[in-house]
Design a binder for this molecule. Structure first.
Ligand SMILES: [Zn+2]
Length: 186
C-alpha cells in the first residue's frame, strides 16, 4: 500500500483549516514557503507545521519541464504561477517513488485541472474537490479554427485568438480509495 504524501500549495497553507498530519508526510516547495510573509498568523501556522515535520522539496528540472509542457497543452499555462508549477512538479517527483503517492492539497482550479491531466491525485481544502475538469480551448473568432497550442494570434488568418473554458462533467474518483479493497486475497 502506497504512503500518501500531501503536497501543500499556498491556498492550502492559507486556508486556516486544520491540517491533520498524523501518519502522513507533508511537503511543500521553496516558492510556496517564500510566499508566506514572516510575522503573520499564516506564517506562524506554517512554522508550526514545519516543526511537526513539513518538508520543503525542490522539484527536479525534468518534472518542471513536464508540468510546463502539460500546462501549455491544456491552456492553463497563463493561469499557473511558477509556484503552482513547482507544486505539481514536486508531486511528479514524489510519484517516482513506488512506495509513495503524492496528493496535492489545493483550492486552485487550474492546479487541480493540471493535476488531473498529469494523473496526480488532489484534494480541495475548502471544498470536497471538484467534480469537473476544464480544458482551456484556444480558438480563432475569425476562421473558427481551434488550436492545441496556446497561441495569441491565429497562424492561419492572423486574428487574435480567444481562450475559453470547456467543461467536462466527470466524477473525480481518483482521490478515493476504491482500489483499496481488491488487493485482499483470501
Ligand atoms: Zn483564424
Amino acid at each position: 500500500m502506497k504512503q500518501p504524501t500531501y503536497v501543500l500549495d499556498t491556498s492550502a497553507l492559507l486556508s486556516g483549516k486544520p491540517i491533520s498530519i498524523s501518519g502522513s508526510l507533508l511537503v511543500t516547495t521553496p516558492k510556496v514557503a517564500a510566499e508566506l510573509r514572516p510575522g503573520g498568523r499564516d506564517y506562524r501556522a506554517f512554522q508550526l507545521l514545519r516543526e511537526k515535520g513539513l518538508c520543503i522539496f525542490e522539484p527536479t528540472a525534468a518534472s518542471l519541464a513536464r508540468c510546463r509542457d502539460a500546462a501549455t497543452r491544456s491552456g492553463d499555462i497563463g493561469r499557473l504561477s511558477p509556484t503552482d508549477l513547482e507544486v505539481l512538479a514536486v508531486a511528479l517527483d514524489i510519484n517516482e517513488n513506488p512506495e509513495q503517492e503524492a496528493v496535492v492539497l489545493s483550492d486552485d482550479y487550474s492546479i487541480q485541472n493540471l493535476a488531473d491531466m498529469l494523473h496526480v491525485k488532489y484534494l480541495g481544502v475548502s471544498q470536497d474537490g471538484i467534480t469537473r475538469q476544464i480544458t482551456w480551448v484556444v480558438s480563432c473568432p475569425g476562421c473558427g479554427r481551434r488550436f492545441a497550442e496556446k497561441t495569441s494570434v491565429c497562424p492561419v488568418c492572423g486574428t487574435t485568438t480567444r481562450v475559453t473554458a470547456q467543461r467536462k462533467a466527470r466524477l473525480h474518483g481518483r482521490t478515493g480509495t476504491e482500489q483499496g479493497r481488491k488487493d485482499n486475497k483470501v
